[in-house]
Design a protein around this ligand. Structure first.
Ligand code: IMP
Ligand code: MG
Length: 181
């Protein structure tokens, strides 16, 4: 185990089971849609999750990336969401959009992004998050698909970072508070 991780919260085996469960739900829900499906992957934290998830969804789909500003180098959020990398089209008419996120915290990122993409006339906009910290919500937001709810602890690994580190850990662990306090 990494020395900065105080405990492992989600093991590799649990991550595998979670992505299988979510992929099966998504496949079931979208299999009868006649609209093309776009997975909008939120950089950078969601890359491992999206990569595992998409390979378990046997439906035609395409992927796009978006990047929004969030925590910077700390564990507290500024409150404002800024789009740093956008889709290359403003017109999402006739597309089903599924936003893939690593973790929902205040809810601001996904509340804002769903609003933004709905404004571009998508057929549907849904959200899929690996992790959710519902006790931290500052705005009303409920993801359509959620892998696992977790307590109010700062977690790293499997794409999730602290100051750009720990994304390559194969599991999700609680970051030892001594690292950031
Ligand atoms: P929200 O807009 O407050 O819901 O923030 C969501 C974003 O904050 C996520 O995409 C993460 O980048 C970041 N975040 C929130 N909690 C954690 C955590 O425990 N570890 C790493 N990143 C986190
Ligand atoms: Mg993120």
């Amino acid at each position: 185990m990494n020395k900065d991780v105080s405990k492992i919260l989600v093991t590799e085996e649990e991550i595998d089971a979670i992505t299988t469960k979510l992929a099966n739900q998504i496949t079931e829900d979208y299999k009868n849609s006649d609209k093309p499906l776009i997975m909008v992957i939120i950089l950078k934290g969601s890359i491992n999750f999206a990569s595992d998830l998409m390979r378990k969804i046997p439906l035609p789909l395409s992927i796009e990336f978006m990047k929004v500003s969030s925590y910077g180098a700390g564990t507290k959020q500024s409150g404002e969401i800024k789009v740093q990398l956008d889709l290359h089209t403003d017109n999402l008419k006739d597309y089903d959009i599924l936003i893939i996120e690593d973790i929902v915290d205040s809810g601001r990122t996904l509340a804002r992004l769903t609003q933004l993409l709905r404004g571009r006339c998508a057929e549907s906009v849904k959200t899929c998050t690996l992790l959710d910290k519902p006790s931290r919500r500052e705005v009303e937001f409920v993801p359509d698909y959620c892998g696992r709810e977790i307590p109010d602890e700062f977690v790293v690994g499997y794409g999730l970072d602290y100051a750009e580190k720990y994304r390559n850990l194969p599991y999700i662990g609680v970051l030892d508070p001594k690292v950031y306090s």
